[in-house]
Write a protein that binds this ligand. Structure first.
Ligand SMILES: Nc1ncnc2c1ncn2[C@@H]1O[C@H](COP(=O)(O)OP(=O)(O)OP(=O)(O)O)[C@@H](O)[C@H]1O
Length: 378
């Protein structure tokens, strides 16, 4: 983080405004407190608000949109603004979308995205996240990368670099490029890939400790969760909880050897097989793979623990509380898990929740909340 941002701990969002963003010609909200609940019918623009806040905090969106998709259909530019406050200072963050590009500024000065990462991070929880345990491996990797990219700008830069090299290699494999060119790309891929493997697997190890803590709390200490991070070149046995913890040197060597061994295979399949883009994560409950044997409730407890663990890890590592964005998940959780989430929200994490129905909020939580009705006056 740059020196002018060093005094930015304990930030919270004080106000937001959107212009020509998604379905909003304009939208403003000021004096934002600890808990804001956006309520409205389907398609009124609830998820769009959560996405706008995520773009201003996490600097990315769980929907992974292009700049064009974020701009209102009848406009060529869109602007999102937020004011962040703490006891000492005020920061104005702005995101402009134009000509297929996103550009950020801080207090009026243009900023590269990596210099703003971690300023005021966010954890989002959407119905899609509920598939994190049983869903695709790419979803698990993306969740870890989104977290890691908020925690350090190095993680963000390495992941971006790896993505570019991988795209380049896949293009070359499709075009059946020369062996010498592919070998040269593989050297860069291994160097950057081993670094990404190390960042991601060590992030996962830290996160897992927190996940285990929350899982124990949610299940009243009855069950425990375990997990493994498996590099692409290892054959993961889904029934077996074997762990693979490698140093950067070991990862570099093993990845390189695996790449050489799979070169023909990659050429035949026209795509890269080896590298952190194909690493795997598996969760286990009491030694049994949660993807295969876990009930829906158990899988959801892991997901909820994962999200709460993200908040804890960000708070501990950055010494800055993230904002929590809960998009329509209350209706998806049963009472026990909803109560666990509400207990967490009642702490001091600034939270934004969307819902179609306020009936999901028991335990007096709405007494403390600002309820914003969407769609009633537009
Ligand atoms: N770029 C855009 N320009 C204009 N409208 C858009 C754009 N992108 C999405 N929309 C529209 O915004 C509307 C609101 O979407 P959003 O996902 O926020 O709804 P929601 O309130 O979360 O609904 P639900 O409760 O059904 O999830 C949708 O009708 C969608 O078509």
């Amino acid at each position: 983080m740059t020196a002018d941002l060093a005094d930015s701990k304990d930030l919270r969002i004080d106000s937001i405004s959107f212009e020509h963003f998604r379905n909003y010609p304009s939208f403003e909200l000021g004096d934002i407190g600890a808990l804001t609940v956006f309520v409205g019918k389907n398609a009124v623009g609830k998820t769009n608000i959560v996405e706008g806040i995520e773009l201003l905090t996490a600097l990315s969106s769980f929907r992974n949109p292009t700049a064009r998709q974020l701009i209102a259909w009848n406009s060529n530019t869109a602007r999102l603004k937020a004011t962040f406050l703490n006891a000492r200072r005020r920061l104005d963050v702005e995101l402009k979308m134009e000509d297929g590009k996103r550009s950020y500024s801080l207090n009026g000065k243009p900023k590269k995205i990596q210099t703003l990462k971690g300023l005021l991070p966010a954890v989002s929880f959407t119905p899609d996240d509920l598939d994190l345990v049983k869903g695709s491996q790419s979803g698990k990797r993306a969740a870890l990368d989104a977290l890691g990219s908020q925690l350090t700008s190095n993680y963000y830069v390495i992941r971006k670099d790896y993505e570019k090299i991988l795209q380049h290699k896949n293009k070359l494999l499709k075009e059946e490029g020369s062996s010498s060119y592919l070998e040269a790309i593989d050297e860069t891929l291994v160097r950057v890939g081993a670094q990404l493997y190390c960042y991601r697997s060590s992030l996962f190890a830290k996160l897992l400790l927190e996940i285990q803590k929350y899982y124990r709390e949610i299940t009243g200490g009855i069950e425990s969760v375990q997990a493994v991070y498996v590099p692409s070149w290892q054959e993961a046995d889904p029934e077996n909880m074997e762990t693979f913890i490698l140093s950067k040197e070991e990862a570099t060597q093993q990845m390189y050897e695996a790449l050489v061994g799979k070169r023909e295979d990659e050429r035949r399949r026209h795509r890269a097989i080896i590298g952190p883009h194909a690493d795997k994560v598996e969760f286990f409950i009491e030694g049994k793979n949660a993807r295969i044997y876990g009930s829906q409730g158990q899988q959801r407890s892991i997901v909820l623990s994962f999200k709460l663990a993200e908040v804890s890890l960000i708070r501990d590592m950055l010494d800055q509380k993230p904002v929590l964005l809960l998009d329509d998940v209350m209706s998806e959780l049963d009472e026990q898990r909803r109560n666990a989430l509400v207990g967490f929200i009642s702490g001091d994490i600034q939270t934004f929740i969307t819902t179609t129905n306020l009936q999901y909020f028991a335990n007096g939580i709405l007494d403390e909340a600002r309820v914003v009705e969407l769609g009633c006056c537009r």
